[in-house]
Design a protein around this ligand. Sequence first.
Ligand code: NAD
Length: 481
Amino acid sequence: MLNKNLINGEWLAGDDEIKNINPSDTSDVIGDYSCATLTQLEDAVNVARQAQQGWRQCGIEARQAVLQQVGNELMARAEELGKLLSREEGKPLAEGKGEVYRAGQFFTYYAAEALRELGMNADSTRPNIEIDVRREPMGVVAVVSPWNFPTATASWKIAPALAFGNAVIWKPASNTPASAWAVAEIFSRTALPAGVFQLLAGGGGTLGNALAAHPKIDAISFTGSYTTGVEIAKAAAANLTKFQLELGSKNALVVMDDADVDAAVAAALGGGYSGSGQKCTASSRLLVHSKVHDEFIEKLTAALAGFKVGNALAADTKMGPVVSNTQLQENLKWIERIKSSDAEIVCGGERLALAEEGYYMSPALVVNSINEMDFNRAEMFAPIAAVQKINSYEEGLAIANDTDYGLVAGIFTRSLARATHFRRSVESGCVTVNLPTAGTDYHVPFGGRKNSSFGAREQGTVAVEFYTQMKTAYISAGTPQ
Ligand code: NAD
């Protein structure tokens, strides 16, 4: 059966299809997903512009009710939809289920936010004039999302966009159309007016680019790679379309001489290799103090030996395959480059042949690396983490900051003074202390600095900044007669 796109409340086929293959077992075809045409995109934009006018006026309780319904259903079906997500993306089942549940929480959180929106008022500097400052929706918001968190990333954009009265056109990543389709199917059964939420799957370079360059789109929220983000920025800037970008990373985890080494090893394992290292919050640079360096490597190597690679849906799998053959080949190329450097791979980095044909590799740990090495500068998005030996806190902080990116940074230390200094000095949008770099909450801002982000922050109450625009009204009431 062909899974179609949701345009103006109808399921419509396009002129091309995505064959959705399970990366854990390439003989398993999850389904065929239709790609929307550029004409359909044009129709969707026009429909959205109309529909948004009704949606912004239908009242905050109506918005709250739709978002609550979508959130409740996602949470109730986390098991089933998490399995689908893991099957198409390759992350272990627990991570897939957790992601869908979290996506539901974004919807219920922003359902409540729809009711909480308050404005400002003031007296004018002129007598008998009042000022009312309120937020209004942006209009039609384009959501362009990545495959690594296909449900959660899109949900933390779609939920606030709708809560604050916008219409949404969502272009999901081509590697994960099933998770997107499942969310759209839930929307199609709500009271949301046709055209307020539309799903248009398709290629990034074609449909995604056309969406970003469209003059009738009022705002674009993008999560993906730095390179694509720059393309989106250029396209949006040409129309002065508001945009926000959440991009790549090269996150450092500093392990100090006074750290709880076992806790640091557990954080490096989860932070570097869960989701096959395909997380924007992954700690791919491990900056370990010389006094605990050897112990840390020994323990992390032992932990990786027990980190079972297997089918994403198998109960004992700790790490699934990587998302696609393209990604796998890129990763293996990085392994070759590392081998030809002065660094050393202590374990992993091999292509694995398991019972089912899939995109499997073993998690790799690199030692004796320095920050100047190309694999310590580029986002590999792979289950590969590299250790750099440091001799002081100052050196760790300097190396953590010596990167083009700035999404998350972490430190393991028992020193409050060091932890506080690190929190306040590291050049990243998020910081963790004695915790993995991966793992964030939904009610607080999320985002990075430098090449990791651009524009307003996402998540939490601050999301209102991106999805609304302010209007200042001056009102003269006159004098009572
Ligand atoms: P990607 O940039 O290849 O694709 C992201 C989305 O953009 C997809 O939907 C894709 O089809 C679309 N796209 C591609 N080219 C386009 C173009 N020219 N115009 C418009 N749209 C286009 O990224 P990906 O491989 O899907 O995801 C991995 C990347 O996402 C990594 O760099 C990762 O760090 C980043 N990421 C960042 C965050 C964050 O919050 N900072 C979260 C998750 C993922």
